[in-house]
Design a protein around this ligand. Structure first.
Ligand SMILES: [Zn+2]
Length: 321
């Protein structure tokens, strides 16, 4: 009888582990199919990234970039995964929620340098090095992390409840990316965002045992699924992450009857919105307008400084020779 009970219990434990993403027990985060509200919640992440790159490009180059460079930059911003992960916990009898905003990929400077290099090599007819040579350029992780941290000024200002998931080093994290189908997932949005929460837990800014509610613009990959499970286990976190399912190549649109069909339709509309926004921000004429605005703002600043200096100058006293 005892043996049977142990067997039954082992079976239940095994079943619970096998279907852990479906259960709501502590230390498990489920991944579910997201629909319309996910795109609405992720719009800010997508637009903030595009705006940040638009502003940074003015600083990165003294002369306007080629339109081919802009096309490459647009493909980077509209194709990146964006994530919004809310982490809630109890403090003094109240629920506190910190929202972490993340996106996949490298620092703005690295994205820009790669696009410029690729566009220059294709403009000079050197097609051999133009075939996505950018991705073959080795990146020193520490340098890119430092650049990403310094680029905070291009994103919305962080508050105690609204934070950017800048990239944090692998060496200080227990969340590890894996290589899936020879793709390195070290720069995935979900990993970067959970690492930022991990860092806050380790620094005791937030407690472990919190509740995660996340939204991701693409289907969560195998590497990130493992990261999410590890995070839930290590920090006793529970909750749900909603993913948009990409339409994929050759997939049938369907009649919208199932959650996956609806998610695919939302994903496709979201991508169209991102493309339109990227086109409006990252193009030569908008860039020229922004550059001019920056110049006149700096001119105004100079004038204000000159006027302030003039006011500070002591007036000449006619009685003093
Ligand atoms: Zn991933």
């Amino acid at each position: 009888m005892m043996k049977n009970t142990i067997h039954t219990r082992s079976f239940l434990v095994a079943a619970a582990l096998a279907f852990s993403s479906w259960t709501t027990c502590a230390g498990s985060i489920a991944i579910e199919t997201g629909e319309g509200n996910v795109a609405a919640l992720l719009e800010r992440e997508a637009n903030d990234f595009t705006d940040a790159l638009g502003k940074a490009v003015i600083d990165f180059t003294p002369s306007p970039p080629l339109s081919k460079t802009f096309a490459l930059l647009r493909s980077k911003v509209q194709g990146a995964t964006v994530a919004r992960i809310e982490y809630s916990y109890e403090k003094a009898g109240k629920t506190v929620t910190r929202v972490y905003h993340g996106r996949s990929g490298h620092s703005l400077k690295t994205i820009f340098d790669r696009a410029s290099k690729k566009s220059a090599s294709s403009a000079s007819g050197n097609e051999s090095s133009a075939t996505d040579s950018g991705d073959a350029i080795g990146i020193i992780e520490a340098d890119d992390i430092a650049m990403d941290a310094a680029e905070a000024k291009y994103y919305p200002i962080e508050t105690g409840l609204d934070l950017r998931a800048r990239k944090l080093p692998e060496s200080t994290s227990r969340l590890e990316a894996s290589v899936v189908d020879s793709m390195d997932h070290s720069w995935d949005a979900e990993l970067k965002t959970l690492r930022r929460i991990e860092d806050d837990i380790e620094k005791k800014i937030v407690p472990k045992g919190g509740r995660v509610t996340g939204y991701v613009s693409k289907t969560v990959c195998e590497s990130c699924r493992e990261v999410i499970d590890t995070f839930a286990r290590l920090f006793d976190a529970e909750g749900t992450i909603y993913q948009l399912i990409e339409p994929g190549t050759g997939s049938v649109a369907g009649d919208g009857a199932t959650a996956i069909q609806r998610s695919r339709a939302v994903s496709s509309n979201f991508l169209a919105m991102r493309k339109a926004y990227a086109k409006a921000i990252l193009n030569p004429s908008h860039h020229a307008v922004m550059r001019e605005q920056r110049r006149s703002a700096l001119g105004d600043l100079d004038r204000i400084e000159q006027e302030a200096l003039a006011v500070d100058e002591p007036e000449h006293d006619p009685c003093v020779p």
